[in-house]
Design a protein. Structure first.
Lengths: 243, 78
């Protein structure tokens, strides 16, 4: 749907010689194809068992081939084209390296939606975020005084397609979080609405220890509010004249 | 309704493009949907504003569309 597509992006889609897209909602695909009949999906490049890096490389090749043929190409991705979209960045880097002008247009990501829907201002507490699998694999240390956002909490440990969250994997994230947050700390399972005119976002507030048993959409993001206030450095404040 | 797919997807497509229809829907969702000829099932689905229900109804209407769930997983090099 085009409600959250910027006018700049909509214009790029409409005017391109060819649009290659990757989206999750059928209605979004339908809108893109109506906006520009010279559109085609990149989903066919996904195959069960194919290494993900191979799929990414093929997507980049698919995007660059018409560019090399002299066409004006628009690549459209779900959410923000530069947030969790490896081929988006790589295609631009390669195009520029080969001498073709290329640029990324900013868009609305899940983070932008949750700030608006949940009434959270990242400036108030600070913000740190990780991809959920990355968070556990690399033993990230959360700062319980700042807002934490964990992307893709519904697909922890999944390297390919998933149809439902693996709760034992979600439990591993919870174990990691329990080192910094109390068991009863309220966390928020969030999914932005791709149809904001008619559908509300998915918002579920649940105690951290109950997260593995909670309803968890595949596209969900986990929001962990701060558990306590940060401590002031009074000596530094004095040096800054902030007393 | 015009457009491809079922009545729900056609209605939502039109809603996304028609500012007057958006205003009418904001004022009176059920009346606007009845005026558009939506079935009771579709009206009930949209009135719920339940994201899961609405997505499921749309996926049921557009079964042959080229879309799938995809995930971009970030892998650090180290």
């Amino acid at each position: 749907m085009r409600e959250q597509v910027t006018p700049e992006s909509a214009s790029a889609i409409e005017r391109a010689d060819e649009v290659l897209y990757l989206v999750t909602q059928p209605l979004t695909a339908q809108w893109i194809e109506r906006a520009n009949p010279r559109s085609r999906s990149l989903h066919g490049l996904y195959e069960s068992g194919k290494p993900r890096r191979e799929t990414y490389a093929e997507m980049v090749d698919e995007l660059l081939a018409p560019v090399r043929a002299g066409l004006d190409i628009c690549a459209a991705f779900y959410g923000h084209p530069g947030v969790f979209v490896n081929p988006g960045h790589e295609a631009i880097r390669r195009a520029r390296a080969e001498g073709y002008p290329a640029r990324m247009l900013p868009a609305v990501s899940a983070l932008d939606c949750l700030v608006a829907d949940l009434g959270i201002d990242p400036a108030a507490t600070g913000l740190h975020s990780y991809e959920a699998t990355d968070f556990v694999v690399y033993r990230r240390r959360p700062d319980p005084t700042a807002l934490l956002v964990l992307w893709q909490i519904g697909v922890v440990g999944e390297l390919g397609y998933a149809t439902s969250p693996r709760r034992e994997n979600v439990a591993l994230v919870v174990d990691r979080l329990l080192r910094a947050y109390p068991r009863g700390h309220e966390v928020i399972v969030y999914e932005a609405s791709p149809y904001p005119l008619v559908a509300d976002p998915f918002v579920l507030r649940v105690a951290l220890e109950q997260l593995p048993d909670a309803q968890l959409p595949l596209l969900a993001t986990l929001v962990v509010p701060p558990a306590r206030r940060p401590r002031r450095d009074r000596a530094l404040m004095a040096r800054l004249g902030l007393n | 309704m015009d457009g491809n797919g079922g009545e729900l997807s056609s209605f939502l497509t039109k809603l996304g493009e028609d500012r007057q229809l958006q205003d009418a829907y904001a004022q009176d969702p059920e009346g606007t949907m009845r005026e558009a000829g939506l079935s009771d099932d579709s009206i009930e689905t949209l009135l719920s504003r339940d994201l899961g229900k609405i997505k499921a109804a749309l996926e049921k209407e557009l079964p042959g569309r080229d879309f799938m769930m995809f995930m971009i997983i970030f892998h650090s090099e180290t």
